[in-house]
Design a protein around this ligand. Sequence first.
Ligand SMILES: *Cc1c(COP(=O)(O)O)cnc(C)c1O
Length: 389
Amino acid sequence: MTETAALRTAPLRARAEIDLAALRANVRTLRALAPGAALMAVVKSDGYGHGAVPCARAAVAAGATWLGTATPEEALALRAADGLDDVRIMCWLWTPGGPWREAVEARLDVSVSGMWALREAVAAAREAGAPARVHLKADTGLGRNGCQPGDDWADLVGEALRAEREGLVTITGLWSHFACADEPGHPSIDAQLGQFREMVAYAEQRGARPEVRHIANSPATLTRPDSHLDLVRTGIAIYGISPSPELGSPADFGLRPVMTLAASVALVKRVPGGHGVSYGHRYITPGATTLGLIPVGYADGIPRHASSAGPVLVNGKWRTVAGRIAMDQFVVDLGGEEPAPGTEAVLFGPGDRGEPTAEDWAQAAGTIAYEIVTRIGTRVPRVYVNVAR
Ligand SMILES: *Cc1c(COP(=O)(O)O)cnc(C)c1O
């Protein structure tokens, strides 16, 4: 990922502008919504495509006291970055043989979902001569990672408490994750919360004294105050995107989209009616018109599923992808207009300059806005604006 000031002076083929003032404001809005809880900024997958380190620094400046990633490698990279030495960093997607010792030495908080992971954390703590900070993960109904209730949980909690008494682990957290928090009123939300309370109560009765109990992701943070507990783990909302359009728009929650994706129109030309456009000729010009070449494609993360559907703002008007999106480029029908090559084409942004949003692209591609921003490829430079607080 390019993160360069030099590039800003030259016209760019394409750029993802990242508004860090918007990100900081989103973090403050979310903190105000969950005033009793610490806020973890989830910056996995390169900050949902926005750039993990700049977004992590901005989130911390706005009051996030935790950062969250999926993989240990992502977490270790954050710890190594300037200015992130003191913040708590948690990672949760481990596989056997992972960098447990490095994680202990880097003072990461690690998730443990099963006995094999606890054993590897304990072994790493012995080698490192320092306790591993572990968050025991309960599967309260998601059916993905996490420890099942009942005997499995009893065994895991028992073993973790034994290791804690030996000074090899500190049980810093008890945690879980929702399956359907983006569907308000879904019965699984109350069921999971109830199950979580029971599993926490069991661990605490046995002697666990976790610093944080946490289950809320962005949708739960926005809609279920009773789920905030000690810590909320907000990902998509810090990037200013609503977890689902049914829940509300970003503006409904006081959030502002952080990423604007724009490209320079590479070519404008007149063509006659009946002209096939792009691979497979899935678009045929209905009459004499002008075509604009937009120099980004699926290699840049523009979903090919949005062929003949994705919206682009050119010269103040919404245009639609004409025919197939190719690896590096696609075409729009400009309806006879002839903007100069180099004119800015905005694929998505906050929406207040009339441009489409990532949600519009999600609808066009049959996916969710999370995927739209996260997929934007490394070939697209990220240009950071409003970096200073
Ligand atoms: C990605 C993730 C989050 C953040 O989810 P959002 O819906 O983006 O807020 C929280 N917790 C876990 C375990 C995750 O994997």
